[in-house]
Write a protein that binds this ligand. Structure first.
Ligand code: ATP
Length: 375
């Protein structure tokens, strides 16, 4: 096992800066997830750690040893790719034992190790098959098993579950977590799937356009995102973010008024007229009964026009917009919510207008220019 340290790493491809000044350290035995939208540079970072991609600048240490110029095969890391890359002409048994045979391990050690790995991944019954006789999920387990059998210092996993169907992905994700807890091998895991990131990671590194946006534990990042990008990337459905104008006591949002909590007023010392981006997670917006206007202005109640209602099973996603504005909002309602026709505003039952209530304690404020979280 080993720690992995990146110091000021940059990777330039001609005119494109794919990775810019990336610094972080994964301590021995932890599982870190690199997450971000397509093209943010996740795979490039992983490939540089593996030694499959050169670096333009910076230093990379594995087990506190500088490995900038150490070839991939001498780094003692195992990488599992999205497309498995099993040897098609070898059986599962031969695939699993390949790394050990290359290292000239003795026969008894190889047999014992293969048996142990096969058992832990529930593939013992597949040892005589060739990859093409396996399902996608089975192939994926063999690919993981081949990496585990080598007992590398570091595991690098690049979207290892993306080719699996939804059920198998959930199962394999949970197995991976247990496996990591059992083996304790330092693991760096790349995904664009925020659920995988949230459920697997000791620490998450959120990347965007080649730069680190935030590093933290899943719950910490979710509760205190550093900026608008992180806030909207982690969470499903994502955080609602919309533009508002500060008035002194609150915000004008799509022609309606949202009061500003006094703590926020004191902390931020804004001038009236200032534009801000406000954010609130859908779980902190509730559908409510319509109040008198002065009460609504005081409590942060808004009118919303419902556009789409999506039953999600455990709850219902209600998507709407503030009337005559471009402010779009997602609200999570109880699973049995079927609309609030009696709560229509100045219109008939069919105009789908509802009242929504913000939990103002859960309001985020972002700088509209930089996206940085102000509160
Ligand atoms: P995805 O989730 O789509 O796999 P990613 O976050 O893993 O994306 P990378 O594959 O690391 O992103 O790519 C980061 C950036 O570097 C992209 O803009 C990509 O086009 C660019 N890039 C990667 N490899 C090369 C290359 N060999 N030549 C030129 N540009 C490259």
């Amino acid at each position: 096992m080993a720690n992995v340290r990146l110091e000021g790493i940059t990777r330039q491809f001609d005119q494109i800066t794919a990775i810019e000044d990336v610094t972080f350290e994964v301590p021995d035995g932890q599982l870190w997830v690199l997450v971000g939208p397509s093209g943010c540079g996740k795979s490039t970072i992983l490939r540089m750690i593996a030694g499959l991609e050169s670096m333009s600048d910076g230093n990379l240490f594995i087990d506190d040893v500088l490995v900038n110029h150490v070839p991939a095969r001498q780094r003692d890391v195992a990488m599992v790719f999205q497309n498995y890359a099993l040897y098609p002409h070898m059986t599962v048994q031969e695939n699993l034992s390949f790394g050990l045979r290359m290292r000239k391990a003795d026969r008894a050690t190889i047999e014992k190790q293969v048996e142990r790995v096969a058992r832990s991944l529930d593939i013992s019954h597949l040892l005589d098959r060739k990859p093409k006789q396996l399902s996608g999920g089975q192939q994926q387990r063999v690919a993981l098993g081949r990496a585990i059998a080598r007992e590398p210092k570091v595991f690098l996993l690049d979207e290892p579950l993306s080719n699996l169907d939804a059920q198998l992905r959930d199962d394999t994700r949970s197995e991976l977590k247990q496996l990591h807890q059992r083996l304790g091998i330092t693991t760096i895991y790349v995904t664009h799937d925020q659920v995988e990131a949230m459920t697997l990671a000791d620490q998450i590194v959120v990347l965007d356009r080649g730069r680190i946006q935030q590093i933290g534990d899943p719950q910490g990042i979710y509760a205190q995102p550093a900026n608008r990008m992180v806030a909207t990337f982690l969470g499903n459905p994502p955080m609602n973010v919309f533009r508002g104008t500060y008035t002194g006591e609150g915000f004008q949002v799509g022609g309606q008024f949202l009061p500003c909590p006094s703590e926020l007023q004191i902390r931020l010392q804004w001038v009236p007229g200032q534009l801000v981006d406000l954010g609130i997670r859908p779980e902190y917006v509730t559908l409510t009964n319509h109040s008198k206007q002065e009460d609504a202005d005081r409590t942060g109640e808004l009118r919303m026009e419902v556009k789409v209602v999506e039953p999600l099973g455990r709850e219902t996603l209600v998507r709407g917009c503030l009337p005559e504005s471009e402010v779009l909002l997602d609200v999570l309602a109880p699973s049995d919510w079927r609309g609030c026709p009696g709560d229509a505003f100045g219109g008939s039952r069919s105009d789908h207008r509802v009242s929504i209530q913000f939990d103002l304690e859960q309001l985020f404020v972002f700088d509209p220019t930089t996206g940085d979280a102000l509160y």
